[in-house]
Every structure is written in C-alpha cells, then in structure tokens.
Ligand binder design. Structure first.
Ligand code: PLP
Length: 384
C-alpha cells in the first residue's frame, strides 16, 4: 500500500506505546496519559444527556452553535479584557488538538518554520510536520525552571519563521511562564510579524494561588494570537472532544473553512454540554483541589526516593522526574519499570531529545493508587 510522505514522517508516540504495553499487561498502574480520572460536573452531564434526548444530535454550523460561541466570546472578554465577536472570532473544534491542527494548517505553508519550546507536547512537532512546516526546537533547562530564555528565541528566528507555539502552563513540566517572558515573546512576535499560537488548556489547573499569564494580556497581541482552549482538562471531559480557538477573524474564517472539510463540526451533544459548563457557574473547585493534593503527595514521594528528583509543578497534573542518577536512559527506565513493577510512565525523550534523563508521570489516579505507584517506583530504583 502506498503511504504518503506526510503520514510517514509521523513518529509513533512513545506515550501511546507505553499506554498500549500497559494495557496488554493488565494489572498496571498507568501513569502515561493526561486523561483525568474525575467525573465531569453533574450539570454538564445532564445538559448533554438532555440534548441527546431532545434529538439535538445533528450537525451544527462548521464553527459551532452560535450560542456556544457567544458563551466563549463572553468568557474570552472576561478573561483577557478584550472584545470578541462570537460570529467571527471563535471556532469550536474537536478538542484543543483540532484547534491546534486547524490553526497550523491555516497559517503555515510548506517550509515555514514554527518555534516550539522543549520539553514540548509531542503533537506540536507532528502537526507542524503534517502541515509541511519545519519545527524549530528551543530547549529549556531544569536549572532555569524550564522557562524560556527570550534571547535564545531571537537567535533562532529566520526569514522563514511564521509562528511561535506558547504552551503555558506547560505539559510536561507544569511550568507557568512568567509575565515578563511572555512580554518578551510578544515583543519579538510583533517586531517580526509572527503569529502566536497560545495553548492554554491547563490554565485552570494552577496551584498554591499561582497566577496564569497569557500573551493576550498585551493589547497589541490580540490580532496576532490564536488562543487554544478546551473542556478536556478544566472540566475533566477529554472524551467529549470539545475545544475552541479565538483569534483574528481572517484566521478563524480560514480555520472554519478547513473545519468544514475535516470534521464538519464539533460533536453537537458536547457543544450543549459546553454551553452549560461555561455559562453556568459550574463548580470545578473539586478538580483543582483533588489534583493539588495528589501533586503534593507525588512531589514529596519522588523527592524522598533515592536517585530521583523533580521540581514542584506549579500547574497541570504532570510531574517531570529527573532520573539521571539512576544511570538509565528514559526509555530503558520506563520499560524496566513497567516490566518489573507494572507501573507505566512516559520516557522523557518523547518531549525532546534533550530530555532522556527524565520521565513524565501523570497523576490522574486516586491518591491510594498513586501511593502504591510511588512504593513500586522506589522499589524499582532501590533494586537497580
Ligand atoms: N495542548 C496540550 C499541551 C495538551 O497536553 C493537550 C492534551 O493532552 C491538548 C492541547 C489537547 O487536548 P484536547 O484535544 O483533549 O482538548
């Protein structure tokens, strides 16, 4: 069978590979996927069920129900203090992933370069490649708290740079980018006429009273930023596949045109769920509280474990664990841990080749399961 070059450039994800190996083994504590185990809020589930019962199960406009776009536009104005026209500036998508994909396919041409900060969400690299673009990776270091050095950004720009992807809070490190860094990125984007794709899907999962910042706080960024957000992490609704993008109307129009040819629209019952989730004062404090407790536990246990260490994630439900002192590289560590202790984690190389001394743990399990996972991880490391 002839397979396209585009499909062939996609590297199979190590996250999924580990996830699938874990499935085959059975009794595994699976800490691979960023898929919250908590139930979505009851009012949101009710709203979607009612929509289904009432036959609201057909196609919507390609950009999504106008009522939903209105709710998203109001939310956007509340969060960023900037006006938003629901009919022109918003497109709803099949998860934040499709918003990212449509943003890239509507804004870059073959050969265009897209800046990605590492460690990165692996799909950025793949999506840039799928659209004929060239990912330009800028690495960050644990010693800097995985925060971007703006001077490095400038040194990597070329005539072909078209866009910068900014992910804050960050998967896999849980880092929140400081306002000063976002200001510098914004200055560079403006000076070099670049698009910023601002992926903020974890912005509600911040801990210890930390504040989330966005390039959209700088007024000059409104017409060169596409915001990507979704219900997945905020409301623990990954399988509902409901995301959105807010941005300049020409880009949103292009994305909507693409949407017509890719998915037609986001799933309609999920759109009704989203209206309820975003409109009603939906209580999601339980989600943040639960993850905060788990983060405290896992942070402590990992740092108590000989030869392992990790920075405290300021946000998200991931911890990026330094395994350098074990002497194992990340894939070896993950495979041996899985084999011997039936705990699945993601090798750090997934997030960039410089991160072979790390593994990512998603704390998307109950605290008792996480405690057991930590005991097994310790047993594994002590036996090395
Ligand atoms: N962006 C980041 C950084 C993510 O980690 C994810 C999911 O793991 C997404 C976007 C997309 O999430 P979804 O498509 O479920 O909204």
């Amino acid at each position: 069978m002839r397979i396209s070059r585009k499909a062939n450039v996609i590297e199979p994800s190590l996250t999924r590979d580990l996830f699938n190996r874990a499935l085959r083994l059975g009794d595994v504590i699976n800490l691979t996927l960023g898929d919250p185990d908590l139930p979505p809020p009851q009012n949101v589930r009710d709203a979607a069920c009612t929509a289904i019962q009432n036959g609201k199960t057909r196609y919507s406009a390609n950009a999504g129900l106008l009522e939903l776009r209105q709710v998203i536009a109001e939310l956007f104005t509340r969060e960023y203090g900037s006006p938003c026209n629901p009919a022109e500036d918003v497109v709803t998508t099949v998860g934040g992933m499709e918003a990212l994909y449509l943003a890239l396919s509507s804004s870059i041409d073959p050969g265009d370069e897209v800046i990605i900060f590492a460690p990165y969400y692996v799909n950025y690299v793949q999506m840039v490649r799928m659209n004929g673009g060239v990912p330009v990776i800028i690495e960050t270091n644990e010693s800097d708290g995985f925060v971007i050095e703006p001077a490095t950004l400038e040194s990597r720009l070329t005539r072909k740079t078209a866009a910068i992807i900014v992910n804050t809070p960050c998967n896999p490190t849980g880092t929140i980018l400081p306002r000063a860094v976002l200001k510098e990125i914004s200055r560079v984007a403006k000076e070099r006429d670049l698009l910023v794709i601002s992926d903020e899907v974890y912005k509600s999962l911040v801990y210890d009273g930390a504040e989330h910042f966005s390039v959209l706080e700088f007024p000059e960024m409104r017409d060169r930023t596409i915001l990507v957000d979704s219900l997945s992490k905020k409301f623990a609704m990954t399988g509902w596949r409901l995301g959105w993008a807010v941005g300049p109307k020409d880009l949103v129009a292009a994305m909507t045109k693409m949407q017509e040819n890719v998915a037609a629209c986001a799933p309609l019952p999920s759109q009704y769920g989203a209206i309820e989730a975003l409109k009603a004062n939906t209580d999601i404090a339980y989600i943040r509280k639960t993850f905060a407790k788990r983060r405290d536990l896992i942070f402590q246990r990992i740092n108590e474990c000989p030869r392992l260490s990790a920075l405290k994630p300021a946000a998200t439900f991931y911890i990026f664990v330094n395994i350098r002192e074990t002497g194992l590289k990340s894939l070896d560590f993950a495979l041996k841990l899985l084999e011997s202790q039936h705990v699945a984690v993601v090798p750090g190389v997934t997030y960039g080749k410089a991160y072979d001394d790390y593994v990512r743990i998603a704390f998307t399990h109950d605290i008792s399961v996480l405690s057991e996972a930590c005991i097994r991880i310790r047993r594994f490391v002590e036996a090395l």
